[in-house]
Design a protein around this ligand. Structure first.
Ligand code: PLP
Length: 395
C-alpha cells in the first residue's frame, strides 16, 4: 500500500457537502429533484454534470460522495458509476468506438469481456484483435490505422499474467489510442493507473471496493482528456446505480486498506505453502517468481490481495471433484473480493475457449483460489483434507 493511502481510505469523499456533518453520507434516494424558482432550475441545469442535484439519473449526494472518493483513490478527473463491473467495461468501450474501428484486447481478459467483443462489438462493426499479455514491443505490429482502444487487464483473468502496462501505454499513445485497464485485481489502489499511462481505469467494485459479497457495482475513472465523453455517453446509455449500493461501496472503502493487507499477507503465505505441495506443479501468484510477469508486479504494484491460481501436476476431474467436495472453507463461487475464501477449477481443455493465442497449455488442473479473512491454519487444514481426498480419488 503506498504512503498516505490508509488515511485516504478514511477521508475520501467525506466532504461536508455530502455528509451533512455526520460521519457517513446519508443514503439520498431521488428520482425527481424539485426547483422552486426558474433561477434554481437554471443553475441545476448548467451545473448538472458537476455534482449538482438535477435529476436522479445524474446522481444524488450519495453518488457524488462515491464518485469523489474513487477519483481521490485512483486519480483522474471523474468517476462514472455502473450497475456492475461488466456494464462498466462494455459501456466504457462503447463510449469510444464507432463502426469501422478496431480494438486491441488482451487475450487473458475476463471471459464476459471477450464475449462482449465477439458478440456485441462484432455486430456493431468493431473488430477485435487479441494480443498476448506478455507481447511487449510486439504490440506495434498489431496496431492498425483504425485502432481506437488498447484494453489491458493485469494480472490476467485466471492465469494471472502481469502486463507491462506502462510500455504498452507509451506505444499506444504514439498512435493516439485510448488505454483502458480493468484494474479490479488491484482494487484501483495497489496499481496507480494514471502514473502508468492508463487513460481510463475500470473496476468491478463488486469485488474489493464493496468487499462483502452483497452488491453489484462498476466504476470507471477517466483522465481529464476522456472524462467528458465517458460521462456523457454512458449517461446516454442510461447507466446509473442505486444510492444504497453507492453507500455500501463507500462503507467498503473505509476498511479496504486493512482488508487488502490481510488478504495479501494470507494469500502469499498460502501460495508459498501450496508451492511445496507434491500435487502442485506451479503457483501463479503475482507476488511469486513463478508467475508470468512477476517482474512487472514488483516494479509497478504496491501490494497484493487474496486472488491467485495454482496448477496441479495432473488433470483428473474425478479427483478434482473429490477435493472441491471435501473442502469446507473454500466454497465455489463466481466472484471474489469478499471476506470469504473461494475456489474454482479449470481443466486444461477449458482454455481452448478462453484464449485465442496465449493458451497456456497446462498439463494439469488450474485451481483459482480467493483467500478470505479466515485463520490461515484453518485454511491450510481444510486444503490438507481436500488433498487427501484428491489423492485417494486419483485414477
Ligand atoms: C468480476 C469481474 C468483472 C465483472 O464485474 P461484475 O460486477 O461481476 O459485472 C470484471 N472484471 C474482472 C477482472 C472481474 O473479476
Amino acid at each position: 500500500m503506498s504512503e498516505g493511502k490508509k488515511t485516504q481510505f478514511v477521508t475520501a469523499g467525506r466532504n461536508k457537502k455530502w455528509t451533512n456533518g455526520v460521519v457517513n453520507p446519508p443514503v439520498q434516494r431521488a428520482s425527481t429533484v424539485v426547483f422552486n424558482t426558474v433561477a434554481e432550475k437554471k443553475h441545476a441545469t448548467v451545473n448538472r454534470t458537476n455534482k449538482t442535484l438535477f435529476y436522479g439519473r445524474r446522481g444524488t449526494t450519495t453518488h457524488f460522495a462515491l464518485q469523489e472518493a474513487m477519483t481521490e483513490l485512483e486519480g483522474g478527473a471523474g468517476c462514472a458509476l455502473f450497475p456492475c463491473g461488466a456494464a462498466a467495461i462494455t459501456n466504457t468501450i462503447l463510449s469510444f468506438v464507432s463502426a469501422g474501428d478496431h480494438i486491441l484486447m488482451v487475450d487473458t481478459c475476463y471471459e464476459p469481456t471477450r464475449d462482449f467483443c465477439e458478440i456485441m462489438l462484432k455486430k456493431l462493426g468493431v473488430e477485435t484483435t487479441y494480443y498476448d499479455p506478455l507481447v511487449g514491443e510486439g504490440i506495434r505490429d498489431l496496431i492498425q490505422p483504425n485502432t481506437k482502444v488498447l484494453f489491458t487487464e493485469s494480472p490476467g483473468s485466471i492465469t494471472m499474467e502481469v502486463q507491462d502496462v506502462p510500455a504498452l501505454a507509451a506505444i499506444a499513445h504514439e498512435h493516439d489510442i485510448i488505454v483502458m485497464l480493468d484494474n479490479t485485481w488491484a482494487a484501483g489502489v495497489n496499481f496507480d493507473p494514471f502514473a502508468h499511462g492508463v487513460d481510463i481505469s475500470i473496476q468491478a467494485a463488486t469485488k474489493y471496493i464493496v468487499g462483502h459479497s452483497d452488491v453489484m457495482l462498476g466504476t470507471a475513472v477517466a483522465s481529464e482528456k476522456y472524462w467528458d465523453q465517458l460521462r456523457e455517453q454512458s449517461y446516454l446509455m442510461g447507466q446509473c446505480v442505486s444510492p444504497d449500493d453507492a453507500y455500501l461501496a463507500l462503507r467498503g472503502i473505509r476498511t479496504l486498506g486493512v482488508r487488502l493487507q490481510q488478504h495479501g499477507k494470507s494469500s502469499l503465505e498460502l501460495a508459498q505453502w501450496l508451492a511445496e505441495r507434491p500435487e502442485v506443479d506451479h503457483v501463479r501468484h503475482p507476488g511469486l517468481e513463478s508467475c508470468p510477469g512477476h517482474e512487472f508486479f514488483k516494479r509497478d504494484f504496491t501490494g497484493g490481495n487474496g486472488l491467485f491460481s495454482i496448477v496441479l501436476k495432473q488433470s483428473d476431474p474425478k479427483a478434482t471433484t473429490a477435493l472441491l467436495d471435501t473442502v469446507e472453507h473454500f466454497s465455489m463461487g463466481y466472484s471474489w473480493g469478499g471476506f470469504e475464501s473461494l475456489i474454482l477449477a479449470n481443466e486444461p481443455s477449458s482454455f481452448n475457449a478462453l484464449r485465442t493465442l496465449s493458451n497456456p497449455n497446462f498439463e494439469g488442473t488450474l485451481l483459482r483460489i480467493h483467500v478470505g479473512l479466515e485463520d490461515l491454519d484453518d485454511l491450510k487444514a481444510d486444503l490438507e483434507k481436500g488433498f487427501a481426498a484428491y489423492n485417494a480419488a486419483l485414477a
